[in-house]
Every structure is written in C-alpha cells, then in structure tokens.
Design a protein around this ligand. Structure first.
Ligand code: ATP
Ligand code: MG
Length: 592
C-alpha cells in the first residue's frame, strides 16, 4: 500500500459524508476492510464484551510506514485515492481516509505496524489526541486495537445496547466480510472463546460451509447468469430449507457486502409460491460488473451501493433463480413443478390445475411433471408408517361440542361447517398456533413436559450456531431443549418438549437458533427469547401443508381450534382460518 497523504478538499467534498462509527460492528467492519486492503494472507479478530471493551484486528498485510502513522489517524488522509477521478473507479474497500480518524475520536486507538522493509512502530490516540510515534518490535503487518468505544462520549455510549446485542451485530459484520473474502484466512474470538476459525480457500462454498456448517452449504444450489455486462454467481437454498429470518441472505459486489431491497425482492419473487409467507430463502449472490456501472460512494458507512441500471440486476437474479429451479426440478408441497414451468416461461401468476379431492382413501393426487421416485420432491405419498402428528387426541379430557363436519382439502386446508357458516382452516398455521399455545401455557404454568431422549440426537452446527447454543443454554432449557457439547462443532440434544413429538432435533435446533439470533440482534429480552424458541419449536413440530390427515386427526385439530380462539397470547404469524358466514353466502346467492 502506498504512502498516506491528505486529500484535497475538492475530493473530500465529493465523498458521501455521515456517521462512520455507530457501534462496535462498525469498528469491526472498518478495521477488517483496512486489513483486507493491505493484501494479507490472514486476519485475526478478537472482541471483548461485544466489542464495547475491545476490538482487536491483526493482519499480516503490507503495514504502514512509521512516519505515516500520524497521517493514518488524521481525517481525510488515505493512501488509496489521489484525485477526484479515482472515485469513479474505486478498487479498494477504503477510499475516504475517514475510518481510523473517526474511530480514534471516540475511543482509545492503538496501532502497531511494520512494513516489509521498515521498522515497527506504534501510535496511541486517546479521544482524538494522538501521542508520539514510538518504535515497536512487531511483526510485518498491522495490529489495531480499539479500547472502550465511546468511553469519552457518554451520550453515545448510552445508545449502545447490551454487550450481547452488540456482539451479535459485530459477529454479523465479521461473517459478511468473511463471506466476501474466502481466499483470506480469518478467525474471530469473543471474550477469549474462539467462535470462527476459517482457513483460506479458493471455494466460496467451502467458506459458506466454514461459517454456516457443511450440511447447509452442501445442500445449496449453485446459480450463475450473465447478461453480457452484468454477471451473478452464487448459491441459493432449496425452498424446503427456508429459514425464519433474512440472516442468510447476502449480496456482494467487488468484495463488498451491500444491502439492496430491490435485489432481495427479486430473490423473494423467484421463490414466490415455493415458501410460506414470512419464511425466507437462503441466498448468497456475488455480482460482477464494470466499475463505472456501480457507485460505492453513496452511503457514509458504505452499506449500500448504487447501480446504473438496477432493473438489469433485478431481471438477471429473477431469471437466474427461476431457470435453475426449473432445471433442478426444485419444488415443494406448495407449488407443483408445472406451475413453476409456466411461470418461468411467462413470469405470470400461477394457475395450477390441482384436482379437488377430499380426504378419502385412494391414491394421492399427483401433480403433472412430478418425476417418480425423485426424493428431492416431497410430493410423493407419505410412507404408510407415517407417524401421527404430535398433538394429543384428548377427547376424554373435555366435553366435546356437537361434532362439526370437517373435511381436508388439497392436503392443506380443513373446511368446517359451523353454526355461523363455513370456516376454512390452514392446517399448518392452525397446528403451529395450537402447539405454540400449549407450549406457552405450559411454560407459564411451569409445567412444560420434557421428554428426555433415550438416544440423544447428534447435530452438527455451524460455529456461529454453536456460539448461540452456548449463550442461550438457559433460554433453551426453559423451553425444554437441553443441548450439550459433544466435541468440535457437534452437539447432542438430550431432551426436547414432549409436545414436539418425533420432529428431528436437528431441524428444531437450527430453526430455534436462527430465531434466537435475530431476536437477540434486535435486543429482545429473556421472555422474548423464550417465546421465540417456542415459536420455532411449534413451527417445526407442526404438520405441514401436504400432509394427509386421517379423519380422527382432522376432527382433533378442528375441535382443538378453540384453544387458539380463546387464547390471551398475542398472535404471531399468519392467520389460521377464515370464515364465510351463512349470511354472506345467502347474500351472495341473492337468497335474502
Ligand atoms: N491494516 C492496515 N494495513 C495497512 N495500512 C493501513 C491499515 N489500516 C489503515 N491503513 C492505512 O491508513 C490509511 C487510513 O485508514 P482509514 O481506514 O482511516 O482510511 P481509508 O481506508 O483510506 O478509507 P476509509 O475511510 O474509506 O476506510 C489507509 O489509507 C491505509 O493507508
Ligand atoms: Mg479504511
């Protein structure tokens, strides 16, 4: 990296201005970007107390000349940009000469650095006041430490959240950057505990595996498309591997993570009809386009970029994903493959011709185009031995109202004749709510029935998930999930709530951790966290759309729906039923 110099005001004025340092995560991001710009082979990051007490980033890159240390911490001084025109073709992650100066203003910043040909030196800046440059016998590369962020600015320190919340933002920042640079080895330590240890790899899928687990990465579908000027490459999840939050959606351009609602919308659109509302797909997408087709100088914290032709990226993503889904015959219980084919051909709303069927014995409807024996397509008949759903048929327990006639339709809706009219129930949504209500009531009464597993289930987790298990062990246990370390990234689930039936522990654990991560990031307290675990449990343990129910199961579900109707808990998620009143029907048919 060349020498550092002060930028002329003409250039400074053209740089997107604003707050650079908002929280420890911003520090992690800026220091990682600086390290990456110095062409390192490895970077080690350590945080204490969510990064509020300390962020340390060590790289083995090109280092800073001793004489340049004072300039490195001066505003608008950079080695990466010289003239205004350079702003049109930015090739480094940094370009403003702002980050270190802004951080040094609000913390105690220590830099130790040595270039390959130079002597090592150190400088400390305390609340913006720089000390002397002193010799330091450090290795080639740079170590930057940021102590007590906002320690000298109580008003801003007051805006920081609990260390737990700051940690989850900071580790997200690490994950995003690590995803963008698989060729650099990276590690992350929090409060002395190693959370990530990522070897350098030429393969993006391997880096994803290092961060999110081999199982998740192994199931991803590779997508690639090119429209002559813009290309996209990446990995997306199968629809059935949907998750509760958008945490596994990552976009990159030129080694830079960015946010873009329009592109994420294209991703959602590609999955339309394949996911339940509220569920999110997994997507890692990297774009490649000429430097003048994208402007990275639009957001003070460089979280967003501007594309010259945003609609081009939208179309590219949408068609790349849809075409791939069709080729890979990806589908779910929610949408038959023929419907996807029609959509790919025309990008029109789908209108499948699914035969009307009642829950009568006989062959299941098979959708056109469903290949026989393809186990990726969960449309086939359930095995005869399909275990009954996990709710209890507690007829004896309470008086039953006059039996209501109910039938299952399309293997996903229950249609019930009620005194007032007709009720249409979404079997998954209702069962999920019912299980949640039962979990919640049991937890509140301190009587959640926990089922110890005779054969504990082993689950392989991603490093970040392992960290979540460690942090939230108490919360998980309150919700009936006992998870213990087994060695490496493997845990064993030794108990789960009895109501969860025989749903696989792996599916439950991942769902629950995903929700815990988002709730913790938004600063949710203990009761919100427990609640989120209960929602996750209910979601995974509930029957799904596509599950054929017996008459007894339909009757039990219909009977128990009043638990939901009488619930005092605030609903969360999709509606469970809709009602057509007799009066409305009469009016529609002009009987009144
Ligand atoms: N880890 C590092 N290795 C080598 N040089 C570094 C490192 N960190 C900072 N520098 C030097 O210090 C200068 C100032 O860093 P700073 O992050 O403040 O600005 P920048 O990276 O140039 O731009 P931006 O504000 O956009 O990040 C850089 O231009 C670079 O020359
Ligand atoms: Mg920088």
């Amino acid at each position: 990296m060349g020498r550092i110099h002060q930028l002329p005001m003409s250039v400074v004025n053209r740089i997107a201005a604003g707050e650079v340092v908002e929280r420890p995560a911003s520090v992690v991001k800026e220091l990682l970007e600086n390290a990456l710009d110095a062409s390192p082979t490895r970077i080690d990051v350590a945080l204490d107390q969510g990064g509020v007490a300390l962020v340390r980033v060590v790289d083995d890159g090109g280092g800073i000349e001793a004489d340049d240390l004072p300039l490195a911490v001066t505003a608008h001084a950079t080695s990466k940009l010289k003239v205004a025109e350079d702003l049109e073709r930015i090739e480094t992650l940094g370009f403003r000469g702002e980050a270190l100066a802004s951080i040094a203003e609000v913390s105690r910043l220590v830099i130790r650095s040595r270039t390959p040909g130079g002597t090592g030196a150190t400088i400390t800046v305390d609340g913006g006041r720089a000390g002397e440059v002193r010799p330091d016998g450090c290795a080639v590369g740079t170590t930057v430490e940021v102590h007590q962020l906002f320690g000298n600015v109580p008003a801003r320190r007051a805006f920081l959240r609990a260390p737990q919340t700051e940690w989850s933002h900071a580790s997200e920042a690490f994950v995003r950057t690590a995803l963008a640079h698989p060729a650099v080895a990276l590690s992350l330590v929090h409060n002395g505990r190693r959370v990530h240890d990522l070897p350098a790899t030429p393969s993006w899928r391997d880096r994803i595996a290092g961060l999110f687990g081999a199982e998740v990465a192994g199931r991803l579908i590779e997508v690639e498309a090119d429209d002559g000027e813009v290309s996209v490459h990446g990995y997306v999840g199968r629809p059935e591997d949907d998750v509760a939050s958008g945490r596994l959606q990552h976009l990159f351009v030129g080694g830079r993570p960015f946010r873009d609602r329009s592109i994420l919308h294209a991703v959602q659109e590609a999955y339309r009809g394949l996911l339940l509302s509220g569920r999110q797909p997994i997507a890692f997408l990297a774009f490649d386009l000429p430097p003048d087709a994208v402007d990275v100088n639009v957001h003070p914290a460089k979280m967003e970029v501007r594309f010259r032709e945003p609609s081009r990226l939208y179309r590219l993503v949408l068609s790349a994903l849809r075409t791939k889904f069709l080729a890979a015959n990806v589908t779910t219980r929610l949408q038959p493959p023929a419907a996807i084919a029609a959509e790919v051909a025309e990008f029109q709303p789908f209108a499948p011709s699914i035969p009307d069927r009642f829950a009568a014995p006989g062959p299941r409807p098979s959708w056109p185009g469903t290949p026989a024996g393809d186990d990726r397509v969960p449309l086939a008949d359930p095995p005869e031995s399909l275990a009954p759903p996990a709710w209890e048929l507690d007829d004896a327990a309470r008086p039953v109202a006059a039996a209501e006639r109910a039938v299952q339709m399309h293997d996903r809706y229950l249609v019930v004749e009620t005194a007032a009219g007709i009720e249409v129930i979404d079997q998954h949504a209702l069962h999920e709510r019912l299980l949640y209500e039962k979990f919640k009531t049991a937890v509140e009464a301190g009587g959640l029935e926990v089922q110890p597993l005779l054969v504990p289930e082993k689950v392989d987790l991603a490093p970040a998930e392992l960290e979540l298990v460690h942090e939230h062990a108490g919360t998980l246990e309150r919700a009936g999930m006992r998870i213990e370390p087994f060695g490496g990234s493997t845990v064993i689930v030794t108990s789960k709530p009895a109501l969860a039936g025989d749903t696989s522990a792996g599916a439950i654990v991942r769902e629950v951790l995903d929700r815990l991560a988002s709730t913790a990031a938004s600063g949710g307290g203990t009761s919100m966290l427990v609640d989120e675990v209960l929602h996750g449990l209910a979601c995974r343990a509930a029957i799904k759309a596509g599950d054929r129910l017996s008459e007894a199961e339909v009757a039990a579900l219909v009977r128990e729906r009043r638990i939901v109707a009488e619930s005092h808990h605030c609903p969360h998620g999709r509606p469970t039923s809709l009602t057509l009143s007799r009066q409305d029907l009469d009016r529609q048919f002009r009987r009144t």
